[in-house]
Design a protein around this ligand. Structure first.
Ligand code: F6P
Length: 364
């Protein structure tokens, strides 16, 4: 391989604030080495479509550090190993188009793929690496559930957005003497709910890691009323579940064919109203948590990840993911990066802090 590389960047899975900062840093770091940079549009989809791979230049990445979304677009339905194509009866069928993806990248002269994604996209990146492709992963997800990095970019922005929303709920909850239930993202891990709930002083935080008993939450609410604090805020992660029960699902499927989580706040609101007799309302913050401008912390982290990925490519260090191991950004093997999810430690200091503040997790 010559020392002047041609790299391709893609962004896959649910978007997260900071994706554009990664694209900008990686592009500028590569261009300044005299390399060429290509961008693959909409995850891996762009590989299979005319015009789906575009050159990335100084001009195309100008002024994007602060922008949410991704200039390349993304999808959580474009797995080359299980690619959706219409069958003869019009129904979508899944076919393995991974060999084609590798051939197309080779034909384009791509020496290294920078795959920016969460657990699903990084697992695809790992499978492509096993097919002989030079791949470097960049961890992205607002859920912060990748074990190999101390934090993912996008997480703190999502927490900030959620905290601001919860702050605003306090006044309307108090004015109406209501219980407000806020559903936040977090399929398997309750990081966003935990951090936003602590930052915005929720009365109860329900997360997948700590199955709840609504009677305990009701007790917490009753105790507030008894003290003259006649309103309450309950923050719930979409993947939270009652003790001995199951998570709540919506109609339809998410990326990869998994069922879509959702509806837990509405379910809890009805049950809590029944238990407490207090007027209760629910809301789902949903994709607001993924949108908007990354906060400065996420911009800096994303820029560091983008620049570090290019450094690794220059060293020929492939098959790895950049990860924050404070104070440095370091490589970890992709196989390790996708090995396990990072869930909230139930006896960790953030949970203990919350308990010390009197916040209920619905378990005691
Ligand atoms: O980015 C991860 C995530 O935020 C999950 O917490 C959530 O379940 C999922 O994305 C929803 O994604 P979409 O609605 O785009 O399929």
């Amino acid at each position: 391989m010559s020392s002047e590389l041609r790299i391709a960047i893609n962004t896959g899975g649910g978007d997260a604030p900071g994706l554009n900062a990664v694209i900008r840093a990686a592009t500028l770091a590569a261009l300044s080495r005299g390399w060429e940079v290509l961008g693959i549009k909409r995850g891996y989809d762009g590989l299979y479509h005319e015009g789906g791979v575009v050159p990335l230049t100084r001009e195309s990445v100008r002024g994007i550090t602060h922008l949410g979304g991704t200039i390349l677009g993304t999808t959580n339905r474009g797995d080359p190993f299980s690619f959706p194509v219409p069958g003869p009866d019009g129904e979508l069928q899944r076919v393995d188009r991974s060999d084609e993806a590798v051939q197309i990248l080779e034909r384009l002269g791509v020496d290294c793929l920078l795959a920016v994604g969460g657990d699903g996209s990084l697992a695809i990146a790992h499978q492509l690496a096993q097919k002989g492709l030079n791949v470097i992963g960049v961890p992205k997800t607002i859920d912060n559930d990748l074990a190999a990095t101390s934090v993912t970019f996008g997480f703190h922005t999502a927490v900030h957005t959620a905290s601001e929303a919860i702050d605003k709920l306090h006044s309307t909850a108090e004015a109406h003497r209501r219980v407000m239930i806020v559903e936040l993202m977090g399929r398997n891990a309750g990081w966003i709910a935990l951090f936003a709930g602590v930052a915005a002083t929720a009365d109860a935080i329900l997360i997948p890691e700590i199955p709840y008993e609504l009677e305990k939450v009701a007790e917490k609410i009753e105790s507030r009323w008894a003290r003259g604090r006649e309103f309450a805020i309950v923050v719930v992660a979409e993947g939270a579940l009652p003790k001995g029960g199951s998570v709540s699902y919506l109609e339809g499927t998410a990326g990869g064919g998994a069922r879509r989580l959702g509806g837990v706040a509405e379910r809890i609101a009805a049950e809590l109203e029944e238990l407490t007799g207090k007027e209760t309302r629910s809301l789902v913050l949903g994709h607001l948590q993924r949108g908007g401008s990354p906060i400065a912390y996420d911009r800096v982290l994303a820029l560091r990840f983008g620049a570090a990925a290019v450094e690794l490519a220059a060293e020929g260090h492939f098959g790895c993911m950049v990860a924050l191991d404070p104070p440095e950004v370091k490589p970890v093997p992709l196989a390790v990066a996708i090995d396990r999810l990072k869930t909230v430690p139930v006896d960790g200091d953030v949970v203990r802090t919350a308990r010390a503040m009197g916040i209920s997790f619905g378990d005691r």
